[in-house]
Ligand binder design. Structure first.
Ligand SMILES: [Zn+2]
Length: 195
């Protein structure tokens, strides 16, 4: 069971959790029930982006445009959901991820501090957009990780299924798993003959 991140829900009766196993997937999951009447945008208010970036261990959105983050979030969701559905993602979307990831590399400097055992790639002025894109690109180039890419059967949040038998069905068994069980129970009772 994952813990809810303290994002401002703006009256929405639900929680957001880091359940993706990769920042790029958790970023795509910043919409609950995408495309349904239960849908909710977690990038509103803007301050949620700061809380999210901090929790995900990425650069705070200093020079980021929230509208652009929101647009890119939908690109990522589309690409990864296409892969879950075994559909080839749009090459324009994949290129866009690549261009942004390349800009994240362009922003990096190789630094070897005196006395350090190894050099590190250090971002000089990271943006959240580019850092998320870099994570998405590294996932997209990792064939082994992609075999574990899956989506919740209830809400379609994305995650890497690291369970041993690869049969994880839900974002969180305590949320969507519960809801699915309750609905099945209700449907069973409704179908059973009247007394
Ligand atoms: Zn779910």
């Amino acid at each position: 069971m994952a813990e809810a991140l303290p994002l401002d829900p703006r009256g929405y009766r639900g929680t957001y959790k880091l359940i993706g196993g990769a920042p790029a997937l958790d970023f795509a999951n910043l919409v609950s029930y995408r495309g349904t009447d239960r849908g909710h945008d977690w990038l509103a208010p803007d301050a949620n982006a700061v809380t999210w970036a901090h929790a995900a261990g990425l650069a705070a959105p200093a020079g980021d445009d929230i509208a652009e983050l929101r647009e890119f979030r939908e690109v990522l969701a589309q690409v990864f959901l296409d892969l879950v559905d075994r559909t080839t993602p749009s090459s324009a979307d994949v290129s866009r991820i690549g261009e942004l990831a390349a800009s994240a590399w362009g922003d990096r400097k190789l630094v070897l501090e005196a006395g350090a055992t190894a050099a590190t790639w250090t971002a000089t002025s990271p943006t959240l957009l580019a850092e998320v894109a870099l994570d998405a690109a590294s996932l997209l180039t990792d064939a082994a990780a992609l075999t574990r890419l899956s989506a919740c059967e209830e809400c379609r949040w994305l995650f890497l299924d690291t369970s041993r038998n690869r049969r994880r069905q839900w974002c969180d068994p305590a949320d969507c798993g519960n809801r699915a069980r309750q609905r099945r129970h209700y449907e069973r009772n409704r179908r059973s003959p009247a007394r």
